[in-house]
Design a protein around this ligand. Sequence first.
Ligand SMILES: [Zn+2]
Length: 486
Amino acid sequence: MIFKIRPMLRFIFLLGLFSSIAFGAEKSNSKANYQATERYYQNIIRQASVPIAELQQFIHYLPKGGDIHHHYVGALYAETYVDWVEQKGYCIYRNNFKIETQLEANQGNSSKECISVSQLRADSLLYNRLLQHWSDKDFNNQLPSDQQFFSTFAYFFPIAYSYNRAGLEIIKNRALDENLQYIETTFMLSPSKGDKKVDQKLRTLNTNRDDLVINQTLDSSFADFQLDKDFQVAISDYVKEIDDHFSQVNDSLFTVKAQAYALRNEEPDIFFARLYASFVASQKSTNIVGVNIVGPENEFVSMRDYSLHMKMARFLKQKFPSTKLSFHAGELALGMVPPEGLRSHITEAVQVAGVDRIGHGLDIIYERNFNQLMQEMKQKKIAVEINLTSNEFITKISGQSHPIALYEKNGVPIVISSDDEGVSRGSIGQEYLLYLTRYKPSYATLKKTIYNSIEYSFLSKQEKAAQIEKLNNKFAQFEAKISLFH
Ligand SMILES: [Zn+2]
């Protein structure tokens, strides 16, 4: 027996030795590949005149992890929406580029006014003018830029949810083209109660600063929502629709998850109902991973109710403590609102609402005690979602005026994201190009920023681990490829 076991043991020992040598070789290979990639990247980025096309090639193959500040409706290009108008047989008004969905109404109109998509495409000048209305294309200060950006949505909104599966497939294929494995998107606006059910108590809450009164009012609305069968059915339908679509789109190569959201420029009763629905929806489905508040931050209602919104979020977070929050906050620049309006939005999102991430965070240096605030964000690991293209367009903040470097210097985690690449007519690759050319991060920082997009996502622990493993493999391949050629 001994004689038989010995060769076997020897074999096992040798097998272990070989595999550990092979593993060691692989490890040192991967280290060498990393170093070669780092060298190649630093060589490009440190040139006085950065070879942009070469850098774009590098970015094209670069694994990008996740895009976690993403809006489904704003991610699709206007051309897709025009295709959908055609498929539905709707027409578009020549004079104002609005979609007519009521076909009977159109029959009464002169066909000269509301034209088909084929008529539109036959007139290339008119078609280009539509693209200029439905996106930021060729922007030439026709409108204030923030208004141009946010007003695009009203044009394509009537068609935006007509082909959800097709829209998600476009987004998925684009992500795969760009080596992006995960997207967290604000997919559909959460339901509200019918407009007729105005809650006057809630509607007048913005004039009351007393927390006790606010909480009592929210409590009574909350109880009312819980008992409102129609509202609960609307929330369940909302969840089901997201589950149906996402379960068909997600596979081993690509994952999309949703954030439910409310609009900050709606009246408090509608806003609170949507925020409530968002929290409830995120509890009901693993496809809905968090809650967001979106919309132009400098509009009258958004500014008036900002503190109230944060208190509403705090109230709901106490009811549903496990809900993850990422709010747009501080998407403002000096001059968009009076200076007092720049003093507390990020602070309140962090300290009152208790968010897990901040979208934009542009006005940080105007916040009272911004140094302490950044320390708090670092300690609590509150990541900031950086959207360089839309920041520049909406707020004119770019280059060295952007606080991205300040966040990094203070140890606040950042992620690079696309916001509304269809409206901006950009891509996630373009966002990385701006990040690299403007701020020239080291390769290690670049990699860290990319890993942040998974680490600070709202995926579950297990899902995150799986995505990190996927990203590790992608980087191993990427670095091997770069080291082979350079
Ligand atoms: Zn956004």
